[in-house]
Design a binder for this molecule. Structure first.
Ligand code: NAP
Length: 551
């Protein structure tokens, strides 16, 4: 280690900080990393492009943005004090409340002095002689560090589609994942929204409340489930606090969320949907529909591995959609048909379908009438121009690898992460890549990512790296990195699971093909948290044999 015994950064002759650990990002993962590694006696600095903490909850401040797992399940678990002191007000917290929570955590744990805001990391270069990473902003070098922790998020790099004329539009343009801090004035305006994933489905009803006219350009109809958000009662808050130990235990073997069904902690159902009679299945699906939230993920064990099982739920939800939309043509366009349910993330719905019953809202099915181009006046689709004042892209993210490949990361011998991830996430356990020593990836590509609770996964990863750093200190290792053989084994295991699941049957960001020209392959690990945790523990227990260590 190269730092002072107190864990304070040591300045270079050139004014560049010299640290144990540099952290990129001050969202959910970055905040915990700062706290954890400081407590471990390391000198740390985090760099954040935004002007405040929050990560995804800082940038995605579009109208209607809120979490789709229950607030109590989206809370750090490492500190009893934090859990006791913070009071969520809604079952599903809004973006504003989530950011307030993360601000509270940063202040309560005194993390801000260790975070440099308004600083986007543009380059990260490895120096093999020193076994150190140097981080650069556009202004030049900021620090040198033995370890670099990428807390850059799974869904953070915006995806702007490659539509001809996109720069020609004369009105206002916004992307949901980079929404302005000052309110966007939509009252009485002609607004267009491209994209009907989770972001679009949350945004569209809110825009409809203000806009003069709203035109929604839909390529794929998604399955949307009522969220049934509501204020939290004291009784329910206490119930969730009291059941926290059981919830945490269930979360070690399931999704880490969706475990409160109809306001009761429930075990994931371990049975096949096909073992149940039709009446039992419908009763189960109705129960969950009335509960609200995306708890279908835990309703039967085979919904993502058996097409017939999946279809039972898909048809149940299609019928619900039909009951909500009045115009026959719009109704049929909104019924999802081209992918298994849950092979794309379910969308949490608050008045989404009902919005299309409003006279000033129009749905344009761009599968039937493809977008030709963006014109100076609006969107051209199927040969018709839709004039607009404001155009909103709810077109999602370059998920998984995008947050890292947008940074010029160069490892051993100048190999770039862009080259390394050219065919998708290539690493071990989604955490370390060959040729990128001491570069730790939190909640990143190849990890369970959105198939687990992002807060629990961040805690799992950051604690694991902390123990790895201790191991290296004790044993005199300067570097650790994945071996190519271990990478190949992990990727083949990950791909096998994806190929045998129904996730491979949808064109989604789960498998990378939401980005034009990308080959289909798993962006995240689909084998479940039980198997993932087993492998994580084994990787540590066998003395990091899957990793090359250097002195
Ligand atoms: P997304 O699910 O990838 O949806 C993007 C939408 O844009 C899709 O409807 C897509 O159509 C459409 N699109 C993309 N390019 C297009 C083009 N060239 N022409 C027409 N349509 C185009 O992105 P997202 O809605 O931002 O959500 C991403 C993920 O973020 C979610 O799955 C969820 O995990 C997370 N998220 C969570 C919350 C929450 O917690 N409440 C909220 C927002 C997002 P196709 O489907 O045809 O590709």
């Amino acid at each position: 280690m190269t730092v002072s015994a107190t864990g304070a950064p040591v300045p270079d002759a050139g004014g560049v900080k010299h640290l144990d650990i540099a952290i990129v990002g001050a969202g959910v993962a970055g905040l915990y990393a700062v706290h954890k590694y400081r407590a471990q006696g390391c000198s740390v600095a985090a760099y954040e492009a935004g002007s405040d903490v929050g990560g995804t909850w800082y940038w995605n401040r579009y109208p209607g943005a809120r979490i789709d797992v229950e607030s109590a399940e989206y809370s750090y678990t490492f500190s009893e004090d934090l859990r006791r002191e913070w009071r969520w007000t809604e079952r599903y917290a809004s973006q504003a409340e989530l950011q307030a929570y993360l601000r509270f955590v940063a202040d309560r744990l005194e993390l801000r002095p260790h975070i440099t805001f308004n600083t986007r990391i543009e380059r990260i270069l490895y120096d093999a002689d020193r076994a150190e990473w140097t981080l650069y902003s556009s202004e030049g070098p900021l620090c040198r560090a033995r370890f670099c922790v990428m807390a850059t998020g799974f869904l953070s790099a915006p995806n702007m589609p490659n539509i001809p004329g996109i720069g020609d539009f004369k009105g206002e343009v916004h992307h949901t994942s980079n929404w302005p801090k000052t309110p966007v004035e939509l009252t009485g305006k002609r607004v267009g929204v491209i994209g009907t994933g989770s972001s679009g489905v949350q945004l569209i009803p809110k825009v409809a409340e203000q806009a003069g006219t709203l035109t929604v350009f839909q390529r794929t109809a998604n399955f949307c489930i009522p969220l049934r958000n509501q204020p939290l009662t004291d009784d329910y808050r206490e119930y969730q606090a009291g059941t926290f130990p059981d919830w945490k235990e269930i979360s070690t073997r399931s999704f880490g969320a969706f475990h409160y069904v109809n306001f009761e902690l429930s075990e994931p159902n371990g049975h096949s949907a096909l073992e149940a009679s039709e009446a039992e299945r419908i009763a189960e699906y109705e129960y969950r529909w009335n509960s609200g939230g995306l708890c279908y993920f835990t309703s039967y064990k085979d919904l993502m591995f058996d097409a017939r099982a999946n279809e039972t739920l898909a048809e149940f939800v299609r019928q619900k959609v039909r009951e909500k939309v009045t115009d026959p043509e719009t109704r049929e366009a909104l019924v999802p048909r081209d992918h298994p349910i849950m092979a794309k993330r379910l969308c949490g719905d608050t008045n989404y379908y009902e919005t299309f019953n409003l006279p000033h809202v129009t749905l344009v099915d761009v599968r039937k009438n493809p977008i030709d181009c963006i014109s100076p006046a609006g969107v051209m689709a199927g040969g018709q121009e839709y004039p607009l004042d404001v155009l909103i892209f709810a077109t999602g993210f370059d998920a998984g690898t995008g947050a890292m490949t947008r940074i010029d990361i160069q490892g051993r011998d100048g190999r770039t992460i862009r080259e390394h991830f050219a065919e998708g996430p290539r690493n071990v356990l989604g955490m370390m890549a060959a040729g990128f020593p001491n570069l730790f990836i939190v909640d990143g590509p190849g990890s369970p990512g959105a198939f687990y609770n992002p807060i629990l996964l961040s805690e799992l990863h950051i604690d694991w790296f902390g123990r790895c750093i201790d191991y290296m200190r004790r044993n005199g290792f300067r570097t650790i990195e994945a071996t190519e053989a271990a990478e190949a084994e992990w990727m083949s295991h990950s791909r096998d699971i994806c190929d045998h699941s129904l996730f491979s049957k949808a064109k989604s960001w789960y498998v990378g093909v939401n980005i034009e020209g990308r080959k289909m392959g798993p962006q995240l690990y689909m084998g479940g948290i039980t198997e993932y945790s087993r492998r994580l523990a084994a990787a540590e227990a066998d003395g990091y044999a899957q990793f090359a260590r250097g002195r």
